[in-house]
Design a binder for this molecule. Structure first.
Ligand code: SF4
Length: 60
């Protein structure tokens, strides 16, 4: 998983069509079953190691 720093992102949306696997959403367009990724993404910039553990648990 890659992470986008919400403090640096200007919400231009340019990354959405550029992603080859459609893995990026503007936050208001995020499907309901993926909303937990908003928290996971922002938490990465608070505690990288803890966030990587959470992502590993979700993907194994
Ligand atoms: S390209 Fe994506 S991550 Fe970068 S500023 Fe625009 S919306 Fe944010």
């Amino acid at each position: 998983m890659l992470f986008i720093d919400p403090e640096l992102c200007i919400d231009c949306g340019a990354c959405v069509p550029a992603c080859p696997v459609n893995a990026i959403y503007v936050d208001k367009d995020l499907p309901g079953d993926m909303e937990h990724f908003l928290v996971i993404n922002s938490q990465y910039f608070v505690d990288e190691d803890a966030t990587r553990r959470v992502v590993a648990e979700l993907t194994t």
